[in-house]
Design a protein around this ligand. Structure first.
Ligand code: HEM
Length: 117
């Protein structure tokens, strides 16, 4: 069976979604202060790698530890809603069909809320 990664369009599609996702994050006053400008290029690449693994595109690859990556950032519920909303909007504007969007958002939300604080 094809992975969600393949069904979403593979690496080029994920990269395009992540680019749009970070453009949205860095325009949103609710969250933009959390992102250090000089970290953004490596962060975009880390996000492509993380989503690739989360969607089954890199079997056996270890995933970045979300708890460690976000420790000390003092993230609010409103910011989590904002980030998830931007990812969903980026998937939608990329033309991802609703059922695949739902699957992708379900995986990302589950991994976010399952992180060890
Ligand atoms: C909702 C689900 C989220 C996911 C799936 C996610 C995913 C990630 C990933 C994969 C990384 C890179 C980790 C690494 O390779 O080191 C990262 C880093 C980061 N995330 Fe998130 N994130 C989420 C929510 C948030 C929220 C709500 C904020 C704050 C508004 C945020 C702010 C950051 C920042 C500032 C970094 C970079 C930290 C650094 O400079 O090392 N993230 N995130």
């Amino acid at each position: 069976m094809r992975t969600l990664f393949d069904r979403l369009g593979g690496r080029s599609a994920i990269t395009a979604v992540v680019d749009d996702f970070y453009d949205r994050l860095t325009r949103d006053p609710r969250v933009l202060h959390q992102f250090a400008e000089e970290r953004l290029p490596s962060l975009r690449a880390a996000q492509v790698a993380w989503l690739t693994t989360a969607f089954g595109g890199a079997p056996g690859q270890p995933m970045a530890d979300l708890a460690a990556a976000h420790r000390g950032l003092d993230i609010t519920d409103d910011q989590v809603t904002a980030v998830l909303g931007h990812l969903e909007a980026a998937l939608s504007d990329a033309g991802v069909e609703p059922e695949l969007q739902r699957q992708a958002m379900s995986i990302v939300s589950r991994l976010w809320f399952a992180r060890v604080f």
